[in-house]
Design a binder for this molecule. Sequence first.
Ligand code: KG4
Ligand code: ZN
Length: 369
Amino acid sequence: MSLQDSRGVPSIFMPTVLALETSCDESAAAVLCQEGDSLTVLSHGIASQVEEHARWGGVVPEIASRRHVEALPNLVEQALEDSGVMASDLDAVAATVAPGLVGALMVGSITGRTLAALHQKPFLAVHHLEAHLASVFLASSPPRAPYIVLLVSGGHTELIRVDRSGEMVRLGRSHDDAAGEAFDKVARLIGLGYPGGPAIQSLAVHGDSKRFVLPKGRVSKPEGGFYPYDFSFSGLKTAMLRQVQMLESEPDDLPVADLAASFEQIVADVLVERSLRCCLDQGIDHLVMVGGVAANQRLRSQMQDEGQARGISVHIAPLAYCTDNAAMVAVAALRRLSSGVEASSLQLGVSARWPLEKSLSLYGSNPPF
Ligand code: KG4
Ligand code: ZN
């Protein structure tokens, strides 16, 4: 969309994007507009499937794809109607194409490419992790590079340095489960529903976070010592299992609130300590936190407080944009447009795994998948 001067000549280009997200168990559509550095969410809607997957204790890929097919047309129509933008006025259509569940990604990608072709708009493929990273630009005080990002979701736990040039360097990662996965598994272990993060959080409020002593999961280097910014949550999961087995042999009810609080606390401690350590060692005083687990209240406030105490400004994605959503996909697409990217090929498919470092390849004329 463009504003026009008195002669009808476009004066300010204000790109407007319709974005779709279907990489896992949330179908989402959003319309965003950018004016200079300012981003406006004109509309965003999410149709969550979690209740249906909760019956199975986790995401069932086949069900996810079918529900995306059912939900997406209405979400798109509603997003356009709520935004007051006509499809013909869009500047691009974007959709998540990797990584994620292939069948689920396919629904958003085909819908996005079809809409783009139908309305003769560029199609912009978006990497899901780039979208999570972009979600922080919807915060009231977005960061300026260089900064360290803690990307903490159901599939990833990573520390990434973003340089002034925009280059990203991964400094830390989980060697086994992602933090969100650990929340989901531990929740199941103590009899809570899926997704585990919100279930543990609401119970933990009533629990004693110091009752159980749990391990912080360090990753050893072959030559001795530890990787300072890497994570491991499998030992913590096992420690929780042992604790539960021991408690179950006692006559009292399982102290689920104390278990939830102790688990949540140790995960927050580990994430905060290693992220701030990384910032201090790298001499970078801005930390960004994004992804589904960044919705955790204990983690949010502990990161803010301890960051402040150590002179690091902490930028966290707004709560509404931590778990999967389409607004963050739109932000990633708008940032690509501002960087000079024009479009992705309509021949581009989807990929279950694709490294973030290779996300520029989504815009080449030779699609990588
Ligand atoms: O980013 P996301 O929606 O999907 C992925 O890309 O993985 O993250 C989902 C993960 C789930 O593991 C869920 O349990 C966790 O984020 N999560 C939370 C909270 N809300 C969602 N974990 C801890 N506390 C929360 N409040
Ligand atoms: Zn996600």
